[in-house]
Design a protein around this ligand. Structure first.
Ligand SMILES: Nc1ncnc2c1ncn2[C@@H]1O[C@H](COP(=O)(O)OP(=O)(O)O)[C@@H](O)[C@H]1O
Ligand SMILES: [Mg+2]
Length: 395
């Protein structure tokens, strides 16, 4: 059994990154080989697997988002149940790769965010964040030392606890001669901008607004839960965009707010979708038109962010898209048009499959933690100092 100290002695490690985002579609598991650490880090993807949540577990996770429906005994149970699902995702990706668990050195798990209360001027709450998926359960069921709860140390130091992926973006994808933007489209969309020849303190990152979240909610509402998302954007492609509705939604206060900013279900969750559904009814829009308009809105919020906050200051040489949103062709078509003449690429163009990018990042964050490197970027999260992130659960 390896201690964390012994793991740090190895130059090459097999590490699993586990991630579930705001979409709650499933646990993404990336098995990677990591060589070295810090600025020398090299990563090779061995296997990737998405372990879907069962519909009952998914519904229970959504209930946790609502303080009115989540009791402390449910939170207690779900922490362990989600830990079990994360462990299953890790076991699956290793079996997909044809490897044995004994060959795996380390797991980095993001967990499932169920509540996030970042520091805010005049907030009346205690700044805090809660990711479920008990790492002791993951470590026990896999037999692999596990690092989790990456966000809490940043919050303890006064930061937002998010985003954390930009540090890894800098380690793995920085370029000497090009300024690049890495745009992830999960439930929420976020960008990491890495200027040419950047040092880590030059990296800029922020949420840009909704990702697939509103489209997913509306598809569930329109199909009574039969469809969880708009497959390949086909539904949206059959509708027309309502310009008046689009213009009205674009008045949302998040869009004009100055970065860095974070958003989530509070702003673009089921309530937003419910309201959009009612507006569409009043205006007698077909449901395909509603999905088309929400898809155009989602794309527009992303490109608006660049036009307001990035393009005036940086000449961006390329935008690289990752996250489940890259499968929505209608969304991608809008983005290509809106971003012209700046070229859009899939994340594959920088050597990483878009679906696996965030899970890989948590494998790298775990490796960095073992080596004692701080992984929050204070200018990104607002923390008072660089922090080594993650709590350690021995196998
Ligand atoms: N084939 C597809 N067509 C359209 N959208 C898709 C497709 N596959 C995945 N998605 C979208 O991607 C989302 C999952 O993306 P992901 O990057 O895992 O987000 P998160 O980090 O929030 O979990 C799904 O909820 C769905 O909206
Ligand atoms: Mg996901």
């Amino acid at each position: 059994m390896n201690s964390f100290f012994q793991i740090a002695q190895k130059r090459r490690k097999k590490v699993i990154g586990l991630m579930s985002g705001t979409s709650v579609d499933g646990v993404d598991a990336a098995l990677v080989e990591i060589q070295d650490n810090g600025l020398e880090t090299r990563v090779e993807l061995i296997a990737f697997h998405t372990h879907a949540f069962g519909s009952e577990v998914r519904a229970r996770i959504f209930d946790l988002f609502q303080p009115e429906t989540s009791s402390v005994d449910e939170i207690c149970q779900m922490n362990f149940l989600i830990g079990k699902v994360f462990a299953e995702a890790a076991l699956s990706v290793v079996s997909d790769a044809g490897l044995e668990m004994e060959e795996i050195d380390l797991i980095g798990s993001h967990g499932q965010t169920v509540y996030h209360l970042p520091p805010q001027a005049e907030a009346e709450y205690v700044p805090s964040t809660l990711q479920l998926g008990e790492p002791a359960v993951i470590a026990y069921r896999t037999g692999v030392p596990t690092i989790a709860n990456f966000r809490v140390a940043d919050l303890a130091a006064g930061g937002q606890g998010a985003p954390l992926v930009p540090y890894v973006d800098f380690l793995l994808y920085r370029q000497t001669d090009r300024t690049i933007a890495l745009q992830n489209i999960g439930g929420i969309s976020n960008v990491t901008l890495i200027p040419a020849r950047a040092s880590s303190s030059d990296v800029i990152a922020s949420d840009t607004g909704p990702g697939n979240m509103i489209i997913d909610s509306i598809m569930e509402m329109l199909t009574d839960g039969a469809e969880k998302y708009d497959n390949a954007g086909q539904y949206a492609s059959r509708g027309d965009v309502s310009e008046p509705l689009l213009a009205e939604w674009l008045k949302h206060p998040f869009i004009a707010a100055a970065p860095p900013k974070t958003t989530g279900r509070e702003a673009f969750g089921r309530e937003f979708a419910q309201q959009a559904l009612e507006q569409a009814k009043t205006q007698r829009l077909a449901s395909t038109d509603l999905v088309a308009t929400l898809t155009a809105f989602t794309a527009q919020t992303i490109s608006d962010y660049y036009r307001r906050f990035l393009f005036p200051y940086f000449s961006v040489d390329g935008i690289y898209i990752s996250g489940g949103g890259c499968h929505n062709r209608t969304l991608m078509r809008h983005l290509e048009t809106l971003f012209q003449p700046v070229p859009l690429f899939s994340a594959d163009a920088i050597g990483v499959p878009g679906d696996a990018k965030e899970a890989i990042a948590f494998a790298v964050l775990a490796n960095e933690a073992v080596h004692g490197h701080p992984t929050n970027l204070p200018q990104v999260t607002g923390a008072l100092q660089p922090m080594v992130l993650g709590t350690f659960s021995p196998a």
